[in-house]
Design a protein around this ligand. Structure first.
Ligand code: CU
Length: 168
């Protein structure tokens, strides 16, 4: 009987067509939900939940952080190294626009008793100073759209531990 193989292939074709259609439909519904939501994320690079790692090699794992304006930013700084904060302390300090980074970092060295955060009005937000194995999470409003600088203010770190914080 030749009917059997034909039926068999028909069933396979029907199953395949069925499989192809289902994901498309789901994707379409997903996109509709995204469009209706107030939190439309158009670029996968933009994440308002930021994980920033730092290590014993005096490095951040990100040189650029992009976030959306008008939303809360949740930023977690992890120190994934082992060295204590007296020798390899790391923080995340987001500077206001126009701040002289070199001048600020030089003054930060003098502010040992304040976790290397100097007096003044130059900071948008900062984490705690962390030693190896520690983490700190901060929640803050994204500043006005534009390009900002973030650094670690531990003495001698800011030239390597520095990046761009871009608000879109
Ligand atoms: Cu550091």
């Amino acid at each position: 009987m030749n009917m059997k193989p034909i039926n068999f292939y028909l069933i396979i074709v029907i199953v395949l067509v069925g499989c192809n259609q289902k994901p498309k439909k789901e994707k379409f519904q997903y996109e509709r939900v995204q469009e209706n939501s107030s939190e439309v994320i158009q670029n996968n690079d933009i994440q308002n939940t930021v994980i920033l790692n730092s290590n014993d090699a005096m490095l951040f794992d990100k040189k650029v952080i992009k976030v959306n304006y008008g939303e809360k930013i949740t930023l977690t700084l992890n120190h994934v190294g082992k060295i204590g904060k007296d020798f390899m302390g790391h923080n995340f300090v987001l500077l206001k626009k126009g701040v002289d980074v070199d001048d600020f970092a030089q003054r930060a060295i003098q502010a040992r008793d304040n976790e290397y955060i100097p007096e003044g009005d130059e900071i948008i937000v900062t984490t705690k100073m962390l030693g190896g194995g520690e983490s700190d999470t901060i929640v803050f409003d994204a500043p006005e759209p534009g390009k900002y600088i973030f650094i670690c203010t531990f003495p001698g770190h800011y030239q390597l531990m520095q990046g761009e914080f871009i608000v879109i």
